[in-house]
Design a protein around this ligand. Structure first.
Ligand code: PBG
Length: 335
């Protein structure tokens, strides 16, 4: 037999051949674009650590949503940045809260009907201390660690209230990102009790305490004022624990899963894909975006190729859809 009989290069010989045998695809409909909504009118405030991303007032967010719909994106993930914050994050569950108003305005536009509005549910953008739940100070935590505690059950009650309020405003999907125990069950029952049985929960089931959220905290003005999030977000070393988090959220009624961050945790996405049959998204977070942009600015990486490769790897790992700040740029290239 001639050497070698099998020549894998045969199927790489032209663009048409490569396209025919491609295993993984990116489509605009599987991309979700995050929006940061602020108070005011006509506001487009650039976020210095995230080139191309802005804080948008409600009117500008509607324009942005219309542009995203025209590009064929699957949806928007909405974050609110209120003017006033307090200890209990009351802006998160106010009927006229910033995110509630943005959802109503986006839904009122006829050109956004193809987009899903996904409401992030968390308290950190709304609390003066920047934690994702209610804080009890001087709790005398063990081992000389932080002398405060992010309370679980009282926080869950407020998260459930927030979810119901966002669904009432018209959110298509509720996405809790706080990492409190039991929130999915509490949110499901709050939604059901307010007549929102048909609204699905996209649970940030495995969310790791990550340095890659840094630029987001500038964008959402949500950096913790003391301590860190390690008593509620997951330890980055733990894959088995991520599977337990997911199992728990499914048992509590999650309809879909969101994995976060994406790039540094592709193995966790793959493991979840093999073990669970729920639809699963992954969040390519702010730091993943910013670090690529920093390299683009220096001319160290080719922007389009590096961006698409970063997204394709997340799909290949097993994510059905991707939340990414590149959503608009990528949609233009893959449409
Ligand atoms: C809110 C939340 C965060 C992100 C999404 N939802 C910040 C955090 O947990 O500190 C990060 C998203 C990103 O970095 O792009 N809890």
């Amino acid at each position: 037999m001639d050497f070698p009989a099998t020549r894998l290069r045969r199927l790489r010989s032209s663009a048409a051949m490569r396209s025919l045998v491609r295993e993984t695809h990116l489509t605009p409909g599987a991309l979700v674009y995050p929006l940061f909504i602020c108070e005011g009118e006509g506001v487009r405030r650039p976020i210095s650590s995230m080139p191309g991303v802005c804080n948008l007032s409600v009117d500008e967010a509607v324009k942005e949503a219309e542009a995203c719909a025209a590009l064929g994106l699957g949806g928007l993930l909405l974050f609110g940045i209120p003017n006033a914050k307090d200890e209990v994050g009351s802006g998160a569950y106010a009927a006229d809260g910033i995110t509630q108003r943005a959802i109503r305005a986006i839904k009122a536009s006829r050109s956004t009907a193809s987009l899903l509005t996904i409401a992030d549910v968390c308290l950190c953008e709304y609390t003066s201390h920047g934690h994702c739940g209610l804080v009890r100070r001087d709790s005398g935590a063990a081992n000389g660690e932080a002398r405060f505690e992010v309370e679980n059950d009282s926080s869950v009650a407020l998260l459930a209230r927030t979810a119901a309020s966002l669904a009432q405003a018209g959110a298509d999907i509720i996405a809790p990102s706080d990492m409190m125990d039991g929130r999915v069950a509490a949110i499901r029952s709050a939604l059901d009790q307010s007549g929102k049985q048909t609204i699905p929960i996209l649970s940030y089931a495995a969310k790791f305490a990550s340095a890659f959220y840094g630029p987001f905290r500038e964008a959402a003005d949500s950096a913790p004022q003391f301590g860190d999030r390690r008593t509620y977000q997951m330890d980055g070393a733990n894959l088995r624990e991520a599977m337990r988090e997911i199992e728990q959220d499914i048992a509590e009624g999650a309809d879909m899963l969101l994995m976060k961050p994406a790039g540094p945790y592709l193995d966790v996405i793959r493991a979840a894909r093999e073990r669970f049959d729920l639809p699963m998204g992954a969040y390519q977070v702010s730091g993943e975006y910013s670090m690529l942009h920093a390299a683009f600015e220096r001319g160290w990486l080719e922007p389009e190729r590096a961006m698409l490769e970063s997204l394709l790897s997340i799909r290949r790992a097993g994510a059905d859809f991707i939340v990414t700040y590149f959503a608009k740029d990528a949609a233009k290239l893959v449409a």
